[in-house]
Design a protein around this ligand. Structure first.
Ligand code: HAM
Length: 418
């Protein structure tokens, strides 16, 4: 176990980390364009925040949280998502007194005790955004357009946007009665979790992953068909806003999402290729959450996008992520004096922003040349006592094979102007 990472966690190794950095750069540029500021929140919060925020009847809270007591006996939980923490921070830091709407984004790790499979991990990465302080559908359109543009900038195709509305507490109250009426005759055939949710939160039953339950609830009434006038209007606004930006979408009455805080708009971006793990991004409006967490009534909306799934999708669509620049020059050296000279030259080159390497483990000249080849250095120069004496060396371009006699003093300027 000593040299084994816990199940569901993965290292991001040096030869793939450039892909993550590339995506993070595209994301931060995107957020800048949309006027979102980055927020960094703690990895753990008081357990109660997620129990109340995400919801007692959700799979996340009932089955998937990493919860522990600290040495002071406090119950803490590794964040299973970012929204609750951001809402807590919005309240705690008095962001309600800032100019509204407050537009925030984050790149975080999140933790869920899930059945591990491709695209489903116990530690995973999310890029998310949250907007506070506007009830307008215009924000719904903005956050959706942000994800849509991110996919475009990354060169992704074949990702479908599905939208739905799950109403507000007002329309949901009436709808719950209808839903319970539908569920009552089949209640005994549903799984235990669904039975437990029947009284407390019947809507959650529609999110059950059990095949048998899925079959039985297939014809359940949809919330979208039972919206109050305000929610209907909001949904129509969202649709016209998306049409206005030429963003294509499907209406999927079955989206309820796995978290309890949603009101009105919910949406998911799903890969056409990947299938069940194909939900790359999910989000929606949560107009009651700030109040539920102890703040003043404040509308909110946001989304989170799984970076692992995004990368999987980019890979499956054959999208090439530009590799970082390699080593510009390898300075090989022979003998003590030359090694000291080379070490100084390498430092000077690096100080000028050139990617330079030299020998660090006392390799023979032949082994150094092999190493330079392995690390794909563009130039190689060999320095020995003779080169130092004559102030001359051979600078070899490894890509073209071209060799040039150069003075040692000129190497820096040559590389700078390359
Ligand atoms: P979520 O749908 O639970 O929503 O997660 C968002 C995205 O995170 C998913 O679409 C998926 O790409 C990724 N994801 C979730 N669980 C895993 C996992 N076990 N392994 C790999 N990737 C995963 C939320 O988390 C909400 N906080 C989104 C939100 C923000 N709603 C409003 N604001």
């Amino acid at each position: 176990m000593l040299a084994k990472a816990p199940k569901g966690t993965r290292d991001i190794l040096p030869d793939e980390v450039y892909k993550w950095q590339y995506i993070e750069n595209v994301i931060s540029r995107l957020c800048e364009n949309f006027g979102y500021k980055e927020i960094r929140i703690p990895v753990f919060e008081y357990t109660e925040l997620f129990q109340r925020g995400v919801g007692e009847t959700t799979d996340i809270v009932q089955k998937e949280m990493y919860t522990f007591l600290d040495k002071g006996g406090r119950s803490l939980t590794l964040r299973p998502e970012g929204t609750a923490g951001v809402v807590r921070s919005y309240i705690e830091n008095g962001m309600a007194s800032l100019v509204q709407p407050v537009k925030l984004y984050y790149n975080i790790t999140a933790y869920r005790y899930e059945n591990v499979q491709k695209g489903r991990y116990r530690e995973f990465h999310q890029f998310g955004a949250e907007v506070f302080g506007s009830p307008s559908y215009l924000v719904d359109v903005e956050v959706i357009s942000m994800v849509d543009l991110l996919f475009k900038r990354l060169g992704l195709n074949n990702i479908e946007l599905n939208i739905n509305s799950i109403g507000c507490p007002k329309c949901r109250k009436e709808y719950n009665l209808k839903l319970k009426e539908f569920l009552r005759p089949i209640l005994n055939d549903l799984c235990q979790t669904c039975k437990d949710r029947y009284e407390r939160n019947p809507l959650r039953i529609l999110d059950c992953k059990e095949e048998n339950c899925k079959k039985l609830i297939k014809n359940a009434p949809a919330l979208l068909d039972n919206l109050c006038d305000e929610c209907k209007e909001h949904f129509e606004g969202l649709r016209s806003g998306l049409d206005n930006l030429d963003i294509k979408y499907n209406i999927d009455k079955n989206i309820v999402r796995g978290l309890d805080y949603y009101t009105k708009t919910v949406f998911e971006f799903v890969s056409v290729n990947v299938g069940t793990q194909g939900t790359i991004c999910g989000g929606g409006r949560y107009d009651g959450l700030v109040e539920l967490c102890g703040g003043k009534p404040t509308p909110g909306i946001g989304f989170a996008l799984g970076i692992e799934r995004l990368l999987m999708e980019m890979e499956s669509q054959g999208i090439n992520i530009p590799e970082p620049e390699g080593v510009d020059i390898y300075v090989a050296s022979l003998g003590e004096k030359a090694t000291a000279f080379a070490s100084k030259l390498v430092f000077q080159l690096r100080s000028e922003g050139i990617n330079a390497e030299g020998d660090l483990i006392g390799r023979s000249l032949k082994a150094q040349m092999k190493y330079a080849d392995k690390i794909n250095a563009t130039y190689v120069v060999v320095i020995g006592d003779n080169e130092i004496e004559t102030n001359k060396a051979v600078l070899k371009n490894m890509k073209t094979g071209e060799q040039k006699d150069v003075s040692l003093d000129s190497i820096l300027t040559r590389l700078k102007n390359k």
